[in-house]
Design a protein around this ligand. Sequence first.
Ligand code: B12
Length: 675
Amino acid sequence: MTHRDRILAAMRGEMVDVIPFVPRLDLWWLANASRGTLPEEFAGMTTDDIARSRGWAIYRMVPGLGDVAGIDDVLHRSIGLFNFKQSVHRWKLGGGVEVNATDEDGMQIVEYHTPVGVARTIGGVTEAMKKAGSSLGWVEEPMIKEPGDYAIAAYIFENLEVAPAYEQHLEYMAGIGEDGVVAVNGATLAASPVHQIQKELIDATRFFYEYNDNQKLIRRLAESIEVYFEKVLATIADSPAEVVLWGANYDDTLTYPPYFEKEILPWLRRAGEVLGAKGKIVATHTDGENAGLMDLIRDCGCHVAESVTPYPMTKVKIDEYYARWRDKITIMGGIPESVLMEETATEEEFETYLDNLFASVVPGDRIILGTADSTPPDAVFARLDRIAERVEREGRLPLSAGKTVAGDRVARTQAAATAGAEKDAAVDGATATHLAGARSAAEQSAGARSTAGQSAEAQRAGDLTAVQEALVDGDAESLVKQVHALLDEGVGAHEILNDGMITAMESVGRRFQTGDAFVPDVLLSARAMNEALEILEPLLAAGGAEASAKVIIGTVEGDMHDIGKNLVAMMLRGAGFDICDLGVNVACEEFVRRVEKEKPDVVGISALLTTTMPSMGAIIDALGEAGLRDGLKVIVGGAPINQKFADDIGADGYAQDAGVVVELAKSLLGSRLSS
Ligand code: B12
């Protein structure tokens, strides 16, 4: 079987001769080429040359920066529109839309002049991002910032002209030949029109407010984007493409289950039906946290879940993926990039991960091994060779339980599994006890305070429950009304804040942690809290309340992920902390400079990329060298971060998610916090 035949057969769920191995190399190559650290043996070689030199299949699922002909093909990346060489369609702006584009330090400033108004975007890939292994780049200024921008975006998408580009695709396919499978991209990297708005047209965190406050505008714009999506779907359906990658970047916190079901699933099913009926294989890029989306993705009507990134980078382990998905969808990926790096996996842990993998995917159909989401820039490249070697020796199909793994490894596998689980339990146990202690202390004091406070005044003057309910519902208008009513009845600002709002915000945090509340719930409650705080703050200050503890927070340099950081900032603000948010792509010196200036009690550092997370240690060291470490608490977090990493870099605390960050900060500051 050629690589191409084997991969296509595995995608269709057929049993093949050996498990296909298709490592994604573009981000690894991009970062090392930009840094000038490409291994000598690969000098002057492209990713395809490297794969061919190793006898590996060529990866061509998610298009890379190398797949564009020129700047015009990426000029409109800030609205999610690319023209890739392997595409079967090309789009161009229509309806008389004029573009005025300028370039500043790798960032493109693009103005769209339309008959219904002018809108602007700023975005691009800077050198720092390339070195961090980023090809997607950063949208510094998304298109939709004002209500009026919706109509402009609608006009642009409604008037996009789509033309077949079948020859270009066939030429591209010929270049890959039997060495790999080429997936063509869908309309954009989003799965549906609403997902397009979320992913490409509005700031990622602000989207959740718009989705709550401006449903009409969102729906109207989605109808216009649908026009473009339908044109592309029809063009792909009639094309010679074999595989289509429709949709990318789901995460059970961002595309949370009810939202995924309503806004994304229908379009994935439609793409699966329309393109499947034409004999095409439809894949979708599932590189996020899928724990809450497992059944929805299994039944999404696509044939392949691509870039599956299992535990330890997300919560779901490979054996669970295989057990729950094998009957319906082919898993592509399965090797989380963290096991390819010395910083996050020892040689032993790497081998053990492969032991578990082979033992977990028996009999071995419906799995295409790959590095997910990609091979990280700092990967130990020899580990890719090792995977290929073990696939050759242990990946012959069908696999039978226990056979593929040599005797002593079985023992080691089981031992490691229990050790891993014990370690997790220990870490979680430690964090949990630490936090449970803080939590019960908080509850007791809140309880004691509340009933005592309420009994005397609040129960007399008013009911705090309404405040708590309004905050949990994220109903800012009702919360503000309740707060005014209680103040008019003589209830103290301090009491309303602590017994009403902070207590409620902490319960929102706990429900978020347990998955009973989603990102919008947290954001809407935090927004309501902020509006009510504006009323209380002057009263609290007048009442001589001590300034609440100050927190500086930011995402490290080269890293544009901010949703997690924003949620953490909001939870802390909701708990009464004074927040100074430095944003994303924050250089180490800037952290130090701001700490010197603002003199915070806590510094929060976020990183989502394994290439950028080392900056956390550098920041902590720099704060120490600047003599700013005494009395300052440093907390860290982000998907690739864990307690061990936090301890190794000398952080004072680590929080897995926003649900526990408040208790962590409070427990670290202890008596320093004004009661
Ligand atoms: C959404 C997303 C994107 C969006 C980001 C949108 C935005 N404005 O943030 C976009 C599309 C822009 C993007 C781009 C890229 N991404 Co991305 N992205 C994701 C995805 C799917 C979800 C991240 C997310 O927002 N989760 C939801 C939030 C709520 O969770 P969170 O961020 O983890 O935060 C929580 C906790 O971690 C914690 N926390 C976070 N920060 C902090 C800070 C403190 C102080 C504390 C206490 C706690 C804390 O609390 C938060 C709230 O609960 C992840 C998958 C994943 N598993 O994480 C991949 C992922 C992070 N991306 C990845 C990659 C590779 C990229 C790109 C390089 C891709 C490319 N081809 O260019 C670019 C890089 C751009 C850049 N330079 O940063 C990889 C990183 C792999 C690695 N090891 O480095 C991931 C893991 C996907 C994968 N499976 O491999 N991405």
